[in-house]
Design a protein around this ligand. Structure first.
Ligand SMILES: [Mn+2]
Length: 439
C-alpha cells in the first residue's frame, strides 16, 4: 500500500508509528539515514527522500514506507538551533523528528531489528559508520551523496539510486533526483481532489497540496542555501545546487501564503543567525555538535567542525573553568578530555569565523596523542601545507613532548572544509599503517 499524500507533519507522525510497528512485529522496513554529524543537510536529505519516495515508491519496494532517520539522539536536537528555525517554516516540531532514540538500543538492536528485515539508503554519506555500520552495512542498497566515494555501497543498487556527485549540498542531488516523481505526485493529488482528509472543496484541495509542497520545499532549500552560502561560495556551488534552488523556490512561489513572506536573503540570514547562536551551549556540546569519527589503519580520528573561532572557544573554556582552580590552558584541557573520552589517536578541530575586516577564515587544530599518531600528523602537516595554505597561528600553543604533538594553524585556503581535510588525514593514516606493516 502506498502512503497517501499528506503534510510533512502527517508523514513523520505516520513514519514514526510505522517504524515502531515494524520493530514490534518483525516486519520489513526501509530506513533512510543521513551522516552522524547530523547537520542540516543530512537531516533534510533523509526527510525529503523518505517523504517523496514513500508516496511514489518503485514497483517492488522493499516496504510500504521509507522512514527518515536523523543520525543523532533526540536530546541532541537542542544543540542545533538551526533545526528549530527551519522546522517552523516546514510546519513541524522537534518531536516529529525520527532519531536514533526511535531505533532499539544499540545493545539489542540486532535481535530487535533483524538485519534481513531492513533495507538502508544512505544520504549525505556513503559508508554506514559505527555500530549501525557493523550490523547493517550489508543491507545498504542505495545512496545519494556528495562526499568521496568510499566504494562501500554495491555498484548495483536495483530500484534505488547510486548517485555520488559533487555538489554544494546533498539536498540538491536529492531534490533533482525526485523532482519528476514529486511533480506527478502533486499534479495527481490536485486533479484527483483526493487529498487525505483535508479541504472541503476542489480549490481548497489544491491550496492544501501547494502549501504542503511549499513547506517541504523550504526544508530542502534551507540546507542548500546554507551549504553554498546562498551561492556566494563559488568553490562549493554547482549546477546541481542552482537547479535545485530554482525548482524548490518555484514550489514556494506556487503557495500564495508562503510566497508573500518569502525572500531568499532574509531566509538565509534567519537560519545562519540561528546556526551561529551557540553561545549558551557548553564547550563539550559545541565540540560534539558537528563531530565525525573514522577508523583508519588501526587508528581513530575525530574531527569537530565549529562555526566560531578559536578565540571564542578559549573564552568559553575560560569561563567554564573559572570556578575550578586550574592554571593551565582551559581550552586545551577540555579538548584533551573530549579526545580521551572517545579514545582518539588524533583529534582535530576546524573552525570558521569572520575575522576583523569581514574576511571569512578557517583555523585548524591538530593533536596527536601517541607516537604513531605523531608520525601521521607530521606527515599530514608536510604534505598538506601547500594545498590547505597552513600558516602558524598567532598565539598557538604547540606542544611536542611525551609522544604527543599539537599544532594550530590559520588555514588560508578556505575552500577546503572537513570534506577535504578528513580524506587528507585518513590518507596519512593509511600510508602510515602500510609502512608499519612492511617493517
Ligand atoms: Mn552534506
Amino acid at each position: 500500500m502506498v502512503v497517501p499524500r499528506t503534510s510533512l507533519r502527517g508523514f513523520l507522525t505516520h513514519a514514526k508509528d510505522a517504524l515502531r510497528a515494524a520493530i514490534d512485529s518483525s516486519q520489513k522496513i526501509t530506513l533512510v539515514i543521513g551522516n552522524e554529524s547530523a547537520d542540516l543537510d543530512s537531516m533534510s536529505c533523509s526527510i525529503l527522500y523518505a517523504y517523496i519516495r514513500s508516496m511514489s515508491p518503485p514497483k517492488n519496494a522493499f516496504s510500504s514506507i521509507y522512514v527518515p532517520i536523523t543520525n543523532l539522539p533526540a536530546a541532541d536536537i537542542q544543540l542545533r538551533p538551526e533545526y528549530i528555525a527551519v522546522f517552523k517554516h516546514a510546519n513541524i516540531e522537534s518531536k516529529h523528528l525520527i532519531t536514533l532514540d526511535d531505533l532499539p538500543a544499540l545493545s539489542d538492536i540486532e535481535s530487535e531489528l533483524d538485519p534481513t528485515n531492513t533495507k538502508w539508503i544512505l544520504v549525505d554519506h556513503n559508508a554506514l559508520q559505527g555500530q549501525l555500520g557493523k550490523i547493517y552495512s550489508k543491507r545498504v542498497t542505495g545512496v545519494i551523496d556528495h562526499h568521496d566515494d568510499e566504494g562501500k555501497v554495491p555498484k548495483d543498487t536495483g530500484d534505488e539510486p547510486r548517485i555520488i556527485e559533487q555538489s554544494g549540498s546533498c539536498t540538491s542531488l536529492i531534490a533533482n533526483y525526485l523532482r519528476s516523481s514529486w511533480d506527478v505526485l502533486s499534479e495527481s493529488a490536485i486533479s484527483s481532489g483526493a487529498v487525505h482528509a483535508q479541504g472541503d472543496s476542489l480549490s481548497d484541495n489544491e491550496a492544501v497540496v501547494k502549501r504542503w509542497d511549499a513547506e517541504v520545499a523550504q526544508l530542502g532549500l534551507a540546507s542548500i542555501i546554507i551549504d553554498t552560502a546562498r551561492f556566494h561560495d563559488k568553490n562549493k556551488t554547482t549546477e546541481h545546487d542552482r537547479k535545485a534552488v530554482e525548482y524548490l523556490e518555484a514550489k514556494i512561489m506556487l503557495c500564495p501564503q508562503l510566497a508573500a513572506d518569502f525572500d531568499r536573503e532574509s531566509f538565509y540570514k534567519e537560519i545562519t543567525a540561528a546556526k551561529r547562536d551557540i553561545g549558551r551551549l557548553e564547550l563539550r556540546d559545541i565540540l560534539r555538535k558537528d563531530y565525525k569519527q573514522w577508523d583508519e589503519g588501526g587508528q581513530k580520528l575525530g574531527i569537530s567542525s565549529i562555526v566560531k573561532p578559536m578565540e571564542f572557544l578559549q573564552k568559553k573554556a575560560g569561563e567554564e573553568a573559572a570556578n575550578e582552580s586550574t592554571d593551565g590552558d582551559a581550552l586545551m584541557e577540555a579538548v584533551e578530555r573530549f579526545a580521551k573520552e572517545r579514545d582518539l589517536d588524533i583529534y582535530s578541530i576546524m573552525t570558521t569565523a569572520t575575522f576583523s575586516g569581514g574576511e571569512f577564515g578557517r583555523e585548524l587544530l591538530l593533536w596527536a596523542f601517541n607516537e604513531g599518531a605523531v608520525a601521521v600528523a607530521k606527515a599530514f602537516a608536510t604534505n598538506s601545507r601547500d594545498e590547505l595554505g597552513l600558516e602558524d597561528w598567532q598565539g598557538s600553543s604547540d606542544i611536542a613532548e611525551e609522544g604527543q604533538w599539537r599544532k594550530v594553524w590559520r588555514q588560508r585556503h578556505v575552500q577546503h572544509s572537513r570534506k577535504r581535510v578528513a580524506p587528507l588525514l585518513r590518507e596519512a593514516m593509511a600510508e602510515h599503517a602500510a609502512q608499519d606493516s612492511k617493517l
